[in-house]
Design a protein around this ligand. Sequence first.
Ligand code: NAD
Length: 383
Amino acid sequence: MKELRVGQIGTGFMGRTHSNAFLQVPHFFKTGFKPVLKSVCSLDKSLQEYADTWGYESIETDWRKVVARDDIDLIDIVVPNNLHHDIVIAAAEAGKMVICEKPMCMNMAEAEAMVAAVEKAGVANMVSFNYRRVPAVSLAKQLIEENRIGRPFHYNAVYNQDYTISTNVPMGGAALWRLDSKVAGSGVTGDLLAHSIDLAEWLNGPIARVCAKTEIFVKERLHVESGKMEKVTIDDACAFIAVFENGSFGTFHSTRYARGRKNHNTFELNGENGAVFFDLECPHSLQFFRYRDPETGEKTPDHIVGWQNIHVTNSEHPYMGNYWVPGTTIGYEHTFINNFAEFLSAVNEGRDYKPDMRQAMRTQFVCDMVLESARTEKWIDLL
Ligand SMILES: NC(=O)c1ccc[n+]([C@@H]2O[C@H](COP(=O)([O-])OP(=O)(O)OC[C@H]3O[C@@H](n4cnc5c(N)ncnc54)[C@H](O)[C@@H]3O)[C@@H](O)[C@H]2O)c1
């Protein structure tokens, strides 16, 4: 096994999921690589404690020093969105592999520069759309590819949370940078719908047209850094309708004001032969409606047709053969382990990994066009 020397930038929520995944990946997958946690960088006071917890050999407070080190192969970018562009480009120019969290960046102009940099440098790269690697979501992909859904008619996605309902939630600063458009780029569109759009195009092909509406429910919030009330300019909620290139019709909805919803990420695809429904709050289940079998062309008899709940824990299911025995579940953190396993295996075997920066740029484009449609109150063609 080759050593993969990692430099991580950012030690928050995603820093922890990625550190865990680097450490766990060789326990469950043969990728040809053994990650070694060389250096970690952030602005957090607990940086040394973080390094000790996860086993990083050294700490830095200037990300450029991590990128410049000769003994690091891969830069892992888990910082707020406004920093992705500069770090990706510097890492590519230094010849490092890059893992970057989603959303890829702030806008298409940044995305184009990032793709140009990684492609010019020829460095392996990925954007972390980890929900593709939920076994139940990968199984949905498999069922679609096996033609068990058939001609698609409807794709509906929802991604709702509720943590910004209170007018007292401030914006900006370490914890609430997602509410500050200068740091986040956009609100729920980049933060949550980027996931829904990535999954939608992966499962159901390119979106051809969008028509969107956004809303800001709380117009002013206290900014942590300025100490003043400031205008809120992120989208608190976004809904859009879409037409896919394959002719199917889509609806997408996301808000951080859905009382009771914490990370309610669902999609449903309804086709001629069947349907699939997934809900991240029941991550080990895939709901499947089997109307007609592609192998025989036979319709499921009327007295047994209905939604079936597939408990996605059999060793034949995506990724599950790498874990425990059938019937035992895995969790959120495993989506990152699975994702890193896919990436490192692809690098080891000289294969392309998807979604790389180029594919993630497409998601950035759709997000930008959704926001543009909401701003202009017009349909926008994407193809
Ligand atoms: N894939 C997913 O489902 C998912 C989930 C959550 C977050 N994310 C993405 O991950 C990224 C990080 O989000 P998070 O929730 O971990 O944020 P966070 O606020 O928990 O952590 C951000 C970290 O970045 C560090 N940081 C900020 N500025 C820095 C600088 N100039 N130099 C070095 N470090 C700096 C902070 O000190 C902190 O450790 C974002 O792009 C976010 O959209 C993805």
